[in-house]
Design a protein around this ligand. Structure first.
Ligand SMILES: *Cc1c(COP(=O)(O)O)cnc(C)c1O
Length: 518
C-alpha cells in the first residue's frame, strides 16, 4: 500500500490519519481567478460579509425577547419573493439585507419564548453553529466510508442505550417523525407479508389490520395509506378519560378482525399526543403485542426524549420492548430543524425492507466505497444531510442532564399554567395536564367563536402564540410548552391577555355587536 502511495507521490504524513491537514501556503500556487467559479473572487471580503451574517443571527438569538413572536405578513414582504428567476448575480450583502428585512421578522416564531402554538422546538445557538459547520462540509450521508457517518453511528449508539434497545438495533436520521412512522409501518409490513411484498405489492396478500388511538397524530393514518394498505386497514381505537388508548376496545377490535379473517399486525402507540400530551400504557400494550404477535411501534415524536427524565421514563415503562420508536430531536431535544429519528429493534428486517442492489452503489472492502452497510440501505433517501452533527453538538455541548432539566421545566411550566387557569373563574381546563400541553377555554355561551377569536388575536398581538385544538370535539386554546426559553412571565402574559380579550369579546356579544371586535 505504502509503495502504491509512493508511486503517486503522496507525502507519508499526509497519507497518515491524524495531522493530515496540508500546510497552508506551501503548495498554494497563485491561481488565476476563474470567472465561472462559484467561489468568492476575494475571500477576505467574503469573510467580512460572512461574519456580519453570523453576528446578525447571534444578535437575533440574544435579543429574541425584544421581538414579536409572529406578526401578520405585509404584502410588501411577500412581493419580494414573487420575482422572476434571476439570471444575473446579486451582491451577497444585498441578499443578506433582504433576508433580515423580509424573512426574519415573519417566520413562525418558534425560537421565541412566547411561542406555544404547536409542538415545535426552539433550537439553540450551538445548534445553529453546528448547522453552519455541516453546511461548509457539505457531506452526503447516504453512504461511503467517511467520518460524518461515524458521528451518526455515535448518536445511534446513544439512542439505543437511552431506550434500552440491543446493540443490534438499527437507527437512522430522517426528516421527522412523519417519515420515521412511515418507515416503521413499512418494516412491520415486511415482517407480516415477507420481503416478497416488495415485488408483489399488497394486492392479493393477506389483509392486514393496524391499530392506533383516536388521539394519534394524522401521520399514522398517512403512513398506513402510503404503505399501500389503505387507511381502511387502520382501526382508530377510542381513548379513556386520560386520552390514552382504551385497552379493552383495542382487544375487542383485534378479536373482531381475526374473526373477520384479517391479520392484525401493527399497533402504533403514542408518547405525548399532540392534543393533550397523553402517554399510552406501553407496559400493557407490549403485553398485548407479545400475546397477539403484533408489531409494537411507538410514536414518541416529542415525548420519547422524556426518557432523559427519570420520573417521565417511569411512565414510559415498556418502551424497551417496542419493535420500533419514532421521535424527533427537533422538538423536546431543541436540535434545529430537521432531525427526526427511527430506531428499529430488528436491523436485518429493517435492511431487508429497503436495501437494493445497484451497480453504482457497489461496496468495497477498501477505499471510499467501504464502510457498508450504509444509511441508504435503511430508508428511502439516498442523498442525506449531516443531521447527526447538530444533534451530536447539542448533546455534547449541553449534556443530557441539562437537556433533561429543560424537559422537566416545560412540564412544571405546564403545571404552573394549570394553576393560573384554576385561579380564574372565567377560565376552564379542557383536558387534564399530563405533560407539557395545556388545553383551556374562556367560558362563554358561544365558546367556539370567542375562543377562536382569542387565539387569532393573541397571535396577531405578538406577545404569546398559542394554537387551537379540538378536545372531545370541543374547541380549546392549546399551549404546548416545548421551548427552552419559555418562562412563567410568558404564561402570565397568556393568562392576562386571554382574560382581557375574553372579557371584551363576551361583552361585545352581550351588546350584540359581533361585527365590531376590533
Ligand atoms: C410532531 C409529531 C409528529 C410529526 O412529526 P414531524 O417531525 O413533524 O414529521 C408525529 N406524531 C406526534 C405525536 C408529533 O408530536
Amino acid at each position: 500500500m505504502q509503495q502504491l502511495q509512493d508511486a503517486l507521490g503522496v507525502e507519508a504524513d499526509q497519507a497518515d490519519s491524524g495531522s493530515a491537514e496540508p500546510e497552508r501556503g506551501s503548495s498554494n500556487v497563485m491561481r488565476q481567478t476563474d470567472p465561472d467559479s462559484l467561489d468568492p473572487e476575494d475571500f477576505s471580503e467574503f469573510r467580512v460579509q460572512g461574519h456580519r451574517m453570523l453576528d446578525d443571527m447571534i444578535d437575533y438569538l440574544e435579543r429574541i425577547r425584544e421581538r414579536p413572536v409572529w406578526q401578520t405578513i405585509p404584502d410588501s414582504a411577500r412581493a419580494v419573493f414573487r420575482e422572476p428567476m434571476p439570471t444575473k448575480p446579486t451582491e451577497l450583502s444585498e441578499l443578506h439585507d433582504i433576508f433580515m428585512r423580509s424573512v426574519v421578522p415573519f417566520s413562525t416564531g418558534n425560537v421565541h419564548p412566547g411561542f406555544m402554538g404547536w409542538v415545535h422546538g426552539a433550537g439553540t445557538p450551538v445548534g445553529m453553529l453546528a448547522e453552519m459547520l455541516a453546511g461548509g462540509l457539505n457531506a452526503n450521508l447516504g453512504g461511503r466510508d467517511q467520518m460524518p457517518l461515524e458521528v451518526e453511528r455515535q448518536v445511534v449508539r446513544w439512542v439505543r442505550e437511552l431506550f434500552g434497545f440491543p446493540e443490534t438495533a438499527s437507527g437512522l436520521f430522517v426528516t421527522g417523525s412523519s417519515m420515521a412512522n412511515l418507515i416503521a409501518v413499512l418494516v412491520a409490513r415486511t415482517r407480516a407479508l415477507g420481503t416478497s411484498v416488495r415485488q408483489m405489492g399488497v394486492v392479493g396478500a393477506k389483509r392486514l389490520a393496524a391499530y392506533t388511538s383516536a388521539s394519534a397524530h394524522g401521520c399514522i393514518a398517512q403512513a398506513i395509506d402510503l404503505s399501500g394498505l389503505g387507511t381502511g386497514a387502520l382501526r382508530v381505537i377510542s381513548t379513556n378519560a386520560r386520552h390514552e388508548i382504551d385497552l379493552g376496545a383495542l382487544n375487542q377490535a383485534i378479536i373482531a378482525d381475526r374473526k373477520a379473517g384479517l391479520t392484525p399486525f401493527f399497533i402504533a402507540a403514542t408518547i405525548g399526543t399532540v392534543d393533550v400530551g397523553a402517554i399510552d400504557d406501553l407496559a400493557a400494550l407490549s403485553e398485548i403485542a407479545r400475546r397477539e404477535s403484533l408489531w409494537l411501534h411507538v410514536d414518541g415524536a416529542y415525548g420519547a426524549l422524556g426518557m432523559l427524565v427519570p420520573a417521565l421514563a417511569a411512565r414510559m415503562r415498556g418502551i424497551e420492548r417496542a419493535d420500533s420508536i419514532a421521535f424527533d430531536f427537533h422538538k423536546w431535544g431543541q436540535v434545529p430543524y430537521d432531525a427526526g429519528f427511527i430506531l428499529v429493534r430488528d436491523a436485518e428486517l429493517h435492511e431487508s425492507t429497503f436495501a437494493a442492489p445497484a451497480s453504482y452503489l457497489r461496496r468495497e472492502e477498501r477505499g471510499l466505497a467501504g464502510g457498508s452497510p450504509w444509511p441508504c440501505d435503511f430508508g428511502p433517501d439516498l442523498s442525506r444531510g449531516f443531521r447527526a452533527l447538530k444533534t451530536w453538538f447539542t448533546l455534547k455541548a449541553y449534556g443530557t442532564q441539562k437537556l433533561a432539566r429543560v424537559i422537566e421545566q416545560t412540564c412544571s411550566l405546564a403545571q404552573y399554567l394549570e394553576q393560573r387557569i384554576e385561579e380564574h373563574a372565567e377560565l376552564e381546563l379542557a383536558a387534564p395536564v399530563s405533560l407539557n400541553v395545556v388545553c383551556f377555554r374562556y367560558r362563554a355561551s358561544d365558546s367556539k367563536r370567542v375562543n377562536a377569536e382569542i387565539v387569532v388575536a393573541l397571535q396577531e398581538a405578538g406577545r404569546v402564540a398559542p394554537s387551537s385544538v379540538l378536545v372531545n370535539g370541543h374547541f380549546a386554546i392549546r399551549a404546548a410548552i416545548v421551548n427552552h426559553r419559555t418562562e412563567r412571565a410568558d404564561l402570565d402574559a397568556l393568562i392576562e391577555q386571554t382574560l382581557a380579550l375574553g372579557k371584551r369579546l363576551t361583552q361585545a356579544a352581550d351588546l350584540q355587536e359581533p361585527g365590531d371586535l376590533g
